[in-house]
Design a protein. Structure first.
Length: 459
């Protein structure tokens, strides 16, 4: 907001090359606000503004930028400036950027890193994509259990300057294995001569380097921590994951699930940044699958062509029937997918979910059946549009609504659990997919009930 208000003033200072005044204006700005301003400026003005920032502020600002803005800015800077930024960045933020660049550019950037930072970058990039290893940073403080509080505080003063967070101090044994973590507040309030093991309770949580990033989101949510340690398979402490990185993962996962719920493949870039042809490609696949699915709906209509020709009035309610089933299925799918992602239900709860959705479907279907019956009754009384057999037609539509809505809720709730069971993303059972599936079966239910109730009268 601040950047939008002052942007005309900033642009005037840039155009007039009044860099001293520009620097004074930005002195009171936070790196996050400066990053917002940079993102709104044209590419050539971004580099001008970035170059006048103090070096420590420049790196902090750079870490707040989106990856596409970061890469655009690096292209406009000289090798010396790029090298400083890359070496000064937090390892986890640097990894997030490096994994987005093409291989040729990645090689150039790696060559600009110092030997130490290059080793760190190669180590983090060596972990599988979407693993906790890609999220973590090796910048943490680890101490020994036989130290005194005084020794710990001295160690923090000496080595804590460039650490990602000092909220939690980690305790390791002589082999580097994590054995506990303690909040820094406990050291600040404890007697200086007290030993670390007197403060330890052995109660700590951790992640492993090969854990999926989604697990990190769940652990942070459950334990409400600022940072969580990361170990290898042997329990050796190798890094920490901080909450800011996990929030980014949570946003990406939520965005991906929403896109899949809309029957769109996950977009790698933002809506504004992704090329039009690539976005069409992401949408065309699912749209084609749904189109083929709807062809079965047409086939189902053709199967009952004889019945429709004898009672054309039945066709009037087809949109009502299939949309009700599709809508109920989409509702159930959305609720169950969200519950799965939040850990509110698991695959083992399938019977609970099924029982709950059958009851819900019965009640919701009954509500719609009553509304449908009243609608047919009112129209018949005012216009006589449905003829002498309007009452069997009303019952047909009402019973069909109960059956279709129950079937829709059952399919919408069970399909995500089934996909989860076989190892697929539950979000892939998108609302449009469930709706298309229920359309076909809904027609079968509707016309089967019509054959049962209208035989001997209209059929």
């Amino acid at each position: 907001m601040l950047g939008q208000i002052l942007q005309p003033e900033i642009k005037d200072l840039i155009n007039s090359r009044d860099f001293s005044s520009l620097k004074e204006v930005l002195d009171d700005w936070t790196p996050a606000d400066i990053a917002d301003l940079l993102s709104d400026l044209p590419d050539h003005e971004q580099a001008i503004l970035f170059r006048i920032l103090p070096k420590d502020i420049a790196t902090d600002t750079f870490e707040y930028l989106d990856v596409d803005v970061q890469l655009s800015l690096l292209k406009a800077l000289g090798n010396e400036e790029v090298a400083f930024i890359l070496n000064d960045m937090s390892p986890d933020d640097r990894t997030a950027m490096l994994e987005e660049v093409p291989a040729s550019i990645l090689k150039q950037m790696m060559n600009l890193l110092s030997v130490k930072e290059r080793h760190v970058a190669q180590s983090l990039l060596g972990y599988p994509e979407n693993s906790v290893g890609r999220l973590m940073t090796p910048d943490y403080l680890a101490i020994r259990e036989d130290w005194t509080v005084q020794e710990v505080l001295d160690y923090i003063r000496k080595h804590g300057k460039d650490i990602e967070t000092l909220n939690i101090i980690y305790i390791t044994n002589e082999k580097g294995k994590l054995i506990d973590d303690i909040r820094i507040g406990e050291f600040l309030l404890a007697p200086l001569e007290l030993n670390v093991n007197d403060l330890m309770d052995g109660n700590f949580t951790y992640l492993q380097v090969f854990d999926d990033q989604e697990k990190a989101v769940e652990v942070f949510k459950k334990y409400d921590r600022i940072a969580i340690p990361v170990t290898d398979s042997s329990g050796i402490l190798v890094g920490i994951v901080t909450v800011d990185d996990v929030l980014d993962v949570a946003e990406e996962e939520a965005t991906e699930d929403f896109q899949k719920l809309g029957a769109v493949e996950a977009l790698e870039d933002s809506y504004a940044a992704i090329p039009l042809l690539q976005m069409i490609k992401k949408r065309a696949g699912w749209l084609s699958v749904l189109f083929v699915g709807e062809l079965f709906t047409a086939s189902a209509m053709g199967f009952f062509e004889h019945e429709i020709s004898k009672a054309v009035v039945l066709a009037l309610f087809v949109p009502l029937i299939i949309s009700s089933g599709g809508n109920s299925g989409s509702q159930a799918a959305t609720l169950v997918i969200r519950a799965l992602s939040l850990g509110e239900v698991t695959i083992r709860d399938w019977y609970f979910v099924m029982k709950r959705e059958i009851i819900s479907g019965l009640i919701l279907g009954t509500i719609l059946a009553i509304l449908g019956f009243l609608r047919i009754t009112l129209w018949q009384n005012f216009s006589g549009i449905y003829g002498p057999h309007w009452l069997p037609i009303a019952f047909t539509v009402s019973f069909a609504l109960v059956g279709v809505v129950m079937w829709g809720t059952l399919m919408g709730s069970m399909l995500p659990l089934g996909l989860k069971k076989i190892g697929f993303d539950p979000a892939a059972s998108s609302a449009p997919f469930v709706a298309t599936l229920v359309d076909v079966t809904g027609l079968m239910i509707y016309f089967s009930i019509a054959l049962l109730l209208l035989k001997g009268t209209l059929l």
